[in-house]
Design a protein around this ligand. Structure first.
Ligand code: GLN
Length: 309
């Protein structure tokens, strides 16, 4: 495991920032359209030593699809593998994250995996709570544990903006309700889902979550178990096979580490035996992955030989 120094982070971030011009900030969630494409940041939380960072590392963004890893861990802890994988599959879909196509053509409407929106909605639907407020609280509690920060909350403006425009996610949810994959109120489910996606973190906090997964579910500072190791392993495996949506195969070849991206422009990644690395840059490629983040990970992973393959 080659050491990573703060100067490496500065060097590569400086080197790849220009790629922001090759992408576009997500605008289908109106509040995300305000993000500044030139903002970027990176942090590495090692299992040994202190967090290092470069760029605007205090800047908070919403984690969007990265929350799918956390809700998957939560549902697996609360209900076990059998119950969760009765509702959602374990296979890559090769479709965009928002796609409804396979819900109709495959029998009977079970989403392919928990990293696409349909699968994530099915997983969130399982989280314990008598109402959406309690379900959101369950997710927040876990994120607070993983970041070791009691102040973590969601961005109300982004949550509201997505809730008001999430017509496609409502369609996915209603489709799955028809097929018995989802139960209860779709509006409440969309409420929980848009709030989990709007959880607001900076790269240092996100890198700490990655470090918990790198540490097989244990707190990187105290070594206390936060997530069972078999649950952490399942989450990391999904990050490899499905974490970068329909770019996951290319990413596995070019970079070769577990990673999960979100349309805000954040990517959480895991360096085996090393720690958690989070990178942020809101300009996205056509598959919805941060262009600066992808370039950064590719350059650093090749230099440091991080690929697990
Ligand atoms: N909240 C977003 C959505 O459901 C998350 C998608 C993403 O980050 N890819 O559309």
């Amino acid at each position: 495991m080659t050491e990573i120094l703060e100067k490496d982070l500065h060097h590569w971030l400086e080197h790849v920032r220009i790629y922001a011009n090759n992408g576009k900030v997500a605008d289908y969630i109106p509040a995300l359209a305000n993000q500044q494409p030139e903002i970027n940041a990176v942090a590495y939380f090692p299992l040994e030593g202190d967090v290092i960072h470069a760029g605007q590392s205090e800047y908070s963004f919403t984690i969007q699809s990265i929350s799918k890893v956390i809700t998957l861990a939560l549902a697996l802890v609360q209900h076990g593998e059998n119950a969760v994988f009765n509702r959602v599959g374990k296979e890559p879909s090769s479709d965009p994250f928002y796609s409804i196509a396979k819900l109709e053509v495959e029998s009977p409407g079970k989403p392919f995996n928990p990293m696409i929106n349909a699968g994530a909605l099915a997983v969130t639907n399982m989280i314990r709570g008598r109402n959406s407020e309690e379900m959101v609280e369950e997710v927040l509690q876990l994120v607070r544990l993983l970041t070791n920060d009691e102040e973590v909350y969601y961005d109300e403006e982004v949550a509201k903006s997505e809730f008001e425009t999430a017509f496609l996610n409502r369609s996915l949810a209603y489709f799955m309700k028809q097929n018995g994959i989802i139960t209860g109120s779709v509006e409440e489910l969309i409420d929980v889902y848009t709030k989990q996606c709007a959880i607001s973190l900076n790269v240092k906090q996100l890198a700490r979550i990655g470090a918990v997964f790198a540490n097989d579910g244990r707190d990187p500072d105290t070594n206390n178990p936060l997530i069972p190791s078999h649950v952490a392993r399942i989450c990391k495996t999904f990050m490899v096979t499905c974490g970068m949506y329909n770019a996951s195969g290319t990413f596995a070849i070019e970079v070769g580490i577990p990673a999960k991206s979100g349309v805000s422009g954040a990517i959480m990644s895991i360096i085996k035996g090393g720690g958690g690395l989070a990178v942020f840059g809101p300009s996205l490629d056509e598959r919805g992955n941060s262009v600066v983040g992808m370039q950064f990970l590719q350059k650093l992973a090749q230099e440091k030989r991080w690929s697990i393959f």
